[in-house]
Design a protein around this ligand. Structure first.
Ligand SMILES: [Mg+2]
Length: 419
């Protein structure tokens, strides 16, 4: 399906002849004057892939006051001068009861069928209410050039501009916004968990209602300089008593892992125990995972990289306690493999166990939040450095461009470079 811009003729592509404040068509080639920017505006739209169709009422033909030959001569001239794909003419008066005279959408609808046009992604540009109404009835977005000659409008155009160039710019802006829509935080269904082990950073995120939970791990805790695991965990749980928090076991023998898991689970009702999918000898933790889940201990099975591991965990915990299945999408991406299709498949594999939720772990960039949301992933664990970029979501890209230019300029100046 293609997109089109439908254009009225007189007062849009060529100047209307104004008598007593009302627009009239040129009566012959001598009276035909193209608007100055018709060619440049249409060239820009053409370049963007729009089909360009002129749709024009010429009722004076039906009334017998203008010959069809004059109308055709003018149209041939327009067709030579402008990159139009078609010129549609209705030469009826109202009395004819035709389907093509604007405000009826007949000319637009027939061209749409012929050129396989998606009208919802198309536009109608006119200078009178009949143009706007025809565009609206056809399901196009409508743009009025000028003031409409003071005539009443049954419906408002989507945009009012003062030139064909401005109309083309508005259309291209709308078209780009549709094809590259800015994301919106309010539309996200995925739960964002903050991943970290620094108390101040965790509390900063706890203050934000859109952070729905927390995850930690021994690596982050070690980096944060934590030496007393339980004291840290109890301190955090006292400050964050009402959102899920995952704490990980740190043993390599399953007997000891189980002892730690049961102890950690007792710290609070909002605790999930992180169990790695294997120990360091590649021995499967599935038996332990099954036992804990079936004993009602909420789990977060971590360090998962393959779909087989996902399936095994789902089989082990099905019917048991709530379990996060934490797939390291970011680390998978670090190998050059696109994690999106793999994560989408993981979502499907969780379906047989409603007590499971998929975590997109180790995201590398803010975009991953939207990718994870788009495939129906339940949770994404995000570090604070990426979470800080959430304020960029929906930012105007031309403003961002300017900000970037200023950064280069200021840094160049600060460095005192000379050439
Ligand atoms: Mg007109």
């Amino acid at each position: 399906m293609r997109r089109a811009v439908f254009l009225d003729r007189d007062g849009v592509l060529n100047r209307a002849v104004i008598r007593d404040g009302k627009p009239y068509p040129p009566r012959n080639l001598d009276e035909l004057v193209l608007v100055d920017d018709a060619r440049s505006a249409l060239d820009r739209l053409k370049e963007k892939g729009f089909v360009l169709v002129c749709v024009s009422n010429q009722p004076d033909v039906g009334r017998g006051t203008l010959s069809r030959a004059e109308v055709d001569a003018i149209n041939e001239n327009l067709a030579r001068a402008l990159p139009l794909d078609a010129i549609e003419i209705c030469d009826h008066d109202d009395a004819a009861g035709c389907d093509c005279r604007k405000p009826k959408p007949g000319m637009i609808l027939s061209a749409a069928e012929r050129f396989r046009i998606d009208l919802s992604q198309s536009f109608m540009v006119g200078d009178r209410w009949r143009d706007i109404e025809a565009g609206r009835r056809a399901g196009c977005r409508t743009i009025l050039i000028g003031d409409g000659y003071g005539e009443p409008f049954p419906s408002d155009p989507a945009a009012k501009v003062d030139s064909l160039t401005a109309a083309a710019s508005w259309i291209m802006q709308q078209d780009e916004a549709h094809r590259f829509p800015m994301p919106n935080l309010q539309d996200l269904k995925i739960a964002i968990f903050a991943d970290g082990a620094e108390k101040a950073g965790m509390l900063e995120m706890y203050a934000k209602p859109y952070i729905k939970g927390f995850t930690t791990n021994p690596t982050l805790m070690n980096k944060a300089g934590i030496r007393d695991y339980e004291a840290f965990a109890r301190d955090i749980l006292a400050a964050i008593p009402d959102r899920p928090i995952s704490f990980e076991v740190f043993a390599d023998e399953f007997v000891e892992m189980e002892r730690q898991a049961r102890k950690i689970a007792a710290w609070g009702p909002n605790v999930s125990v992180k169990i790695p999918i294997t120990n360091t000898r590649r021995e499967s933790a599935l038996d332990l995972i099954r036992r804990l889940a079936q004993d009602g201990i909420a789990l977060n099975v971590t360090a998962i990289f393959t779909l087989d591991q996902v399936k095994d965990v789902v089989d082990a915990v099905k019917g048991g306690a709530p379990t996060y299945v934490s797939v390291f999408a970011g680390r998978i991406a670090d190998t050059g493999l696109d994690p999106v299709p793999l994560m989408a498949e993981a979502v499907r594999r969780l379906a047989p166990a409603p007590n499971t939720e998929l975590i997109w772990a180790s995201p590398r960039e803010l975009l991953n939040i939207f990718q994870a949301d788009a495939i129906g992933c339940h949770v994404i664990t995000v570090t604070n450095d990426i979470l800080k970029k959430l304020s960029n979501v929906g930012k105007d890209l031309s403003d961002y461009s300017l900000e970037t230019v200023k950064m280069f300029y200021n840094d160049g100046k600060a460095a005192g470079f000379t050439l």
